[in-house]
Design a protein around this ligand. Structure first.
Ligand code: UDP
Ligand code: MG
Length: 343
């Protein structure tokens, strides 16, 4: 198996990982519900990692207050906003649990499902992923575009990425270790998890409305995630060029036959307008295809730089937990460390 460099050694039973961006309004309720759910099953043998993804509100101050109070809570402050998938990646690089439970900060994924999902995992699986059978409080537009996206992805991609899933899931440590060993920058985490394999099963659930605040995924970010997903897992769009080429070639041939036939009938074919329209259409198709090539080329260029995936400004652990951890692992105490994780 692959050498896996970036995962801290295990020292507890469960790590809960949550990316946080401008979630101050719901944070206290989140901490309360996640703590209750984890404590009910694991007692003290869990940790709760909150990754602040450059929030502009008071989220980080609140995370720090919780980390001061509760030794199980770890706060990770990223140096700026890196986006949901990289914030989650940062959290996953810090886990110390044998199992890893990922959910969103807005309580759309109920933390109380930890128990039933764990029961499912213990039937002998490595990943139990939440699959949304209902989405409460989301607009018809969001539901429609999400449905379209998953259908399109299913057609373009060879790896089976289950539809209607987010990043809400319970995973074993070996899956997270493999995930952390993947250096790519454009991360569509639910797809990468599918790619890893082992035994993965769905867990149907009803997605709640946001507890507080507003979605941080406007259409622009959803489109970006969709493009990341397609380009990370498929080269089919690169083949559009040859398909389009064949299509336009055939159309050209047909029009040639028509022109010759019209000439033989004694009628000259009129029309610079149709020629101009054809030229424009061809030009635009060529530019579109170039754009698709450019998208892949740009991604290769960015990946080739091997910049760190995320920059951590600070890690907050309760002094007791930090000292116990460093005694156990031989690490420096994590408080205030400035860490870089290279790709
Ligand atoms: N999030 C993040 N960084 C961002 C945007 C979002 O860490 O730049 C977090 C956010 O706090 C939440 C999760 O990612 O925990 C999902 O975001 P959101 O609920 O806004 O997305 P939606 O559920 O509307 O798709
Ligand atoms: Mg949400």
């Amino acid at each position: 198996m692959l050498q896996v460099p970036h995962t801290a050694p295990a020292s507890c039973a469960l790590s809960v990982v949550i990316p946080v961006y401008n979630e101050q309004a719901g944070l206290d309720a989140l901490v309360e519900r996640v703590t209750a759910a984890a404590r009910a099953i694991f007692g003290e043998r869990y940790e709760f990692i909150l990754v602040n993804d450059g929030s502009k509100d008071d989220s980080w101050a609140r995370i720090c207050a919780h980390a001061e109070r509760d030794p199980r809570i770890v706060g990770i402050n990223l140096a700026r906003n890196h986006g949901h998938q990289l914030a989650l990646t940062a959290g996953l690089h810090h886990v110390r649990g044998e199992l890893v439970f990922v959910l969103d900060a807005d309580l759309q994924d109920p933390p109380e499902l930890l128990g039933p999902m764990l029961a499912k995992l213990r039937e002998g699986h490595d990943v139990v992923y939440g699959q949304r059978v209902k989405r409460h409080g989301e607009t018809a537009f969001k539901r429609g575009t999400a449905a379209l996206f998953y259908r399109m992805l299913g057609k373009l991609v060879d790896t089976h990425i289950p539809p209607d899933t987010g990043d809400f899931r319970l995973m074993t440590r070996r899956v997270v270790e493999q995930l952390n060993a993947m250096p790519e920058r454009y991360r569509f985490i639910r797809g990468l998890v599918s790619f890893i394999g082992f035994s993965q099963v769905p867990f149907p659930y009803e997605r709640d409305p946001r507890f507080a605040g507003e979605t941080n995924y406007p259409l622009r970010k959803m489109m970006a995630l969709a493009i990341d997903a397609v380009t990370s897992f498929s080269v089919v769009p690169l083949r559009f060029a040859s398909h389009l080429g064949m299509l336009f070639g055939l159309a050209g041939l047909a029009s040639l036959v028509w022109v010759v036939w019209a000439w033989m009938q004694g009628g000259a074919v009129q029309g610079w307008a149709s020629l101009a329209a054809l030229t424009l259409i061809l030009g635009s198709v060529q530019l579109l295809v170039l754009g698709v090539f450019g998208e892949y080329l740009g991604r290769m260029y960015m990946e080739g730089k091997h910049r760190p995936l995320f920059i951590v400004a600070e890690v907050r652990r309760h002094p007791v937990a930090a000292n116990a951890d460093s005694a156990a692992t031989g690490d420096q105490p994590a408080t205030g460390e400035a860490a870089r994780v290279a790709g």
